[in-house]
Write a protein that binds this ligand. Structure first.
Ligand code: IFM
Length: 478
């Protein structure tokens, strides 16, 4: 059922609900050569000709490294009570192994202290796609040792910040790391090897499990450990058995490959069948599934748009409509017999259809699959072609409408019995949108890339009002 644009009764959230915004290190920090930081795979990739729109990179990004105090003050002024950010591994452990660099850890200590001082609850993501380049040179995520290196890094950060940060997320969207990074190559490190991508997925799962244990050993027991999945809502175009089988296959490759071992301690048998011509999964060693299947304190869900699929006849000549960039190589190993279709409805600047019912569906799915596990929407938002008015203000009523629809879907899920404890808007401010460079603006705050001045868009003010009151304000006419 579509969410009504203007609900008859006010949409009010529980008092303890977290109203946050999210960012990630490479997308906002800049300062890539300061404090002993060394290149990550995204520095290398974005400086490789042809990999990002206009050859853009995160060297300066939005200079958050130097402006973090103002950015935190801006969040406080808006009324947010939570902030999710990621740590740059290359900043705290430049070679991806060995001792930490104190300057790097100190930056995050100062950021966290600033947040706490302003009453904003920090949520730390350990890995948002920026592997130290030295680890990629040693084989990257397809290499088992990377999982052990990640656990060591988790321990370092847990020991440094565990006294002041309660909410921890090991990995952000491991699907993107594995399949956009190693299969379609539209993300760093830009490899196009389906077998390597499945191996990467397993080692990301192992990394999550080992890091969860390392964090628990390094931190006070009160802290919460989770991970953020961009679980796809996969819909078949029809109830035809072939289309249903196509949807199941994509569900395995998008979701089961991660939540299977993480939540249930096993990969789906159907995933092995779908990928048998590509890999034999012999790298799944005895004890791995136990190590991966650690009890979690919460689960983070990132949602943007659903996927619509059908059976295909191996005809990949047309453009793929899965919304994950353009590459002649598929990010779906073993699924050449599946076609992706444009989902109906209005679209954002990313070309992603706007469908809040998918968010409700996703939340209810995990409410059933992981009963008792608190859920957080760790990312949700939209890119629009925002421009300042002559008076310097930035009006983005489409984003307000998007946020209203999705927040109302979250509230409906809570009424339906889901334990959703918070929502992090993607993103606090415009930033480096990976292969799209700075072309796509996801921010609630506008960034003028010439001056780096920040201007809250009308959506930021609307969202701040929601955060302060706990009730969604009306949606202005577009
Ligand atoms: O910008 C990204 C973010 O880094 C991860 N999730 C999706 C966002 C929008 O594409």
């Amino acid at each position: 059922m579509p969410e009504p644009a203007t609900p008859a009764t006010p949409v009010t959230f529980p008092p303890a609900f977290l109203w946050g915004a999210a960012t990630s290190a490479y997308q906002i920090e800049g300062a890539v050569r300061e404090g002993g930081r060394t290149p990550s795979i995204w520095d290398t990739f974005s400086h490789t000709p042809g990999k990002t729109a206009g050859g853009e990179h995160g060297d300066i990004a939005v200079d958050h490294y130097h402006r973090y105090r103002d950015d935190v003050a801006m969040m406080a002024d808006l009324g947010l009570n939570a902030y999710r950010f990621s740590i740059s591994w290359s900043r705290v452990q430049p070679t991806g192994r060995g001792p930490a660099v104190q300057v790097g850890l100190d930056f995050y200590r100062r950021l966290v202290d600033e947040l706490l001082d302003k009453g904003i609850k920090p949520a730390v993501t350990l890995y948002h796609w920026d592997l130290p380049q030295e680890l990629e040179d040693a084989g990257g995520w397809p290499e088992r040792d990377t999982a052990y290196r990640f656990a060591e890094y988790a321990q370092i950060v847990g020991e440094a910040l565990g006294d002041r940060v309660e909410q921890w997320i090991t990995l952000n969207e491991p699907w993107c790391s594995a399949f956009l990074g190693y299969a379609s190559g539209v993300h760093a490190p830009g490899r196009t090897d389906p077998a390597a991508s499945l191996k990467a997925a397993h080692h990301l799962n192992l990394a999550h499990g080992l890091a969860t244990s390392a964090l628990r050993a390094a931190m006070p027991a009160r802290n919460s450990v989770a991970l953020s999945l961009n679980s796809s809502v996969v819909r078949p175009v029809s109830q035809d058995p072939a289309d249903l089988a196509a949807a199941r296959k994509i569900d395995d490759l998008a979701n089961g490959v991660f939540h299977g071992p993480i939540l249930h301690g096993a990969y789906p048998e159907s995933l092995f069948a779908a990928t048998e011509l590509i890999t034999d999964w012999s790298y799944v060693e005895d004890g791995d599934l136990r190590a991966i299947n650690q009890p979690l304190d919460a689960l983070g869900l990132n949602y943007y748009t659903p996927a619509l699929v059908s059976a295909a006849d191996n005809d990949l000549s047309g453009p793929r409509a899965d919304g994950h960039g353009s590459s002649e190589f598929s990010p779906w190993p073993g699924a050449d017999d599946v076609a992706f279709h444009q989902t109906p409805g209005e679209r954002t600047e990313m070309g992603w259809s706007i469908d809040p019912t998918g968010l409700h569906e996703l939340i209810m799915r995990y409410t059933r699959e992981a009963p008792g596990l608190p859920l957080y929407i760790t990312e949700n938002g939209a890119a629009y072609d925002d421009k300042p008015d002559p008076d310097g203000r930035v009006h983005d009523p489409e984003r307000i409408s998007y946020l209203h629809g999705h927040l109302a879907a979250v509230r409906r899920a809570v009424s339906d019995g889901a334990d959703v404890r918070g929502y992090y808007l993607w993103s606090l401010m415009d930033n480096f949108e990976w292969a799209y460079g700075y072309e796509k603006r996801f921010g609630a705050v506008y960034v003028d890339y010439a001056t780096l001045a920040r201007t809250p868009k009308s959506s930021a003010l609307w969202y701040g009002q929601a955060a302060r009151s706990g009730t969604l304000p009306p949606v202005p006419e577009v």
